[in-house]
Write a protein that binds this ligand. Structure first.
Ligand SMILES: [Fe+2]
Ligand SMILES: [Fe+2]
Length: 291
């Protein structure tokens, strides 16, 4: 489903082809996980070939977020404890953000704020999924982490137009999406969906990214999109210092899709806030002191 006229997106299409593709290791890991014959040892072997992924995984599995009582020292141990899907999703998400790590001061600042917001949204989406007993809530985590990825595409390619968008959000009180639409004729949901398709990400994920501002239009993926939409709103409460310019009101249709009341949302919000604090310490887009 296309939400903006093609010609408005055209300028991004050529440029997106110049972006780096996902790291080979991450693709290889995804293949292994999709193959029912592969074992924890196969997976561990591929991960250990990549030092950055290995370090990241061990730091994560030993973090307060998981709270395992004993220190995990091997990748195989981490794979067994976390499970295949959780590992794929975490490596995929952090690798995606690596590709965009900020180059200059302004870019880096926007990037870091967006990372915190995305992490808060990821944790919230997973928490909502768990509350609703949704299958594969790990997938929701990734969807939350990548939902605003289109903003990075714009940040990289727009230059001064991007500053005008950010400015008009601050000075004219527009939502980010409105400011984008006025300037570009499309929004980060369109550019994000474009990138997700270019990377061949799973269709469920592509739709959650493309429709997180109007989930009812996501067809058979409306539920996933609605969860990310709600998670986006909760993320602003969980991480109030984060990017506050993209706050859509929760539509009634979303409430109906998910069948959630305010009384449901309150504990979800508390749990998400706790997990966000724990996870923020242990997963970062860029390792070392680059952040
Ligand atoms: Fe958004
Ligand atoms: Fe957002």
């Amino acid at each position: 489903v296309q939400t903006a006229p093609n010609d408005k997106l055209q300028r991004f299409i050529g440029k997106i082809r110049d972006l780096p593709t996902l790291p080979r290791t991450v693709l290889r890991i995804t293949e292994l996980i999709n193959d029912p014959r592969s074992s924890a040892r196969d997976l561990a072997r591929v991960i250990t070939e990549d030092q950055v992924l290995t370090a990241r995984l061990l730091r994560l599995v030993n973090s307060a977020f998981y709270g395992f009582p004993q220190k995990v020292t091997t990748v195989t141990g981490a794979v067994v404890l976390l499970g295949f899907d959780a590992i794929r999703n975490l490596l995929l998400s952090t690798s995606v953000f690596d590709l965009f790590a900020g180059k200059n001061q302004t870019t880096r600042q926007f990037f870091e704020t967006l990372w915190d917001h995305s992490l808060a949204c990821a944790v919230s989406a997973k928490t909502i999924g768990d509350h609703l007993r949704q299958d594969k809530s790990e997938e929701l985590f990734v969807a939350g982490l990548l939902h605003d990825i289109g903003k990075i595409v714009e940040l990289i390619y727009l230059g001064s137009e991007f500053s005008i968008i950010v400015d008009s959000v601050q000075t004219q009180g527009k939502t980010f999406a409105q400011a984008e639409f006025d300037m570009l004729g499309c929004t980060h949901t369109d550019t994000g969906q474009l990138l997700a398709r270019f990377w061949n990400l799973p269709v469920k994920l592509t739709h959650a990214i493309g429709f997180h501002h109007k989930p009812v239009a996501a067809g058979q993926w409306a539920r996933e999109a609605a969860i990310v939409h709600l998670a986006d709103i909760i993320a602003h409460a969980v991480n109030p210092t984060g990017e506050g310019c993209c706050l859509p009101r929760m539509g009634e249709a979303v409430q109906a899709t998910l069948d959630l009341t305010v009384a449901d949302i309150e504990p979800v919000m508390r749990a998400a806030a706790d997990q966000f604090a724990a996870l923020r310490q242990s997963i970062q887009p860029v390792d070392g002191n680059a952040r």
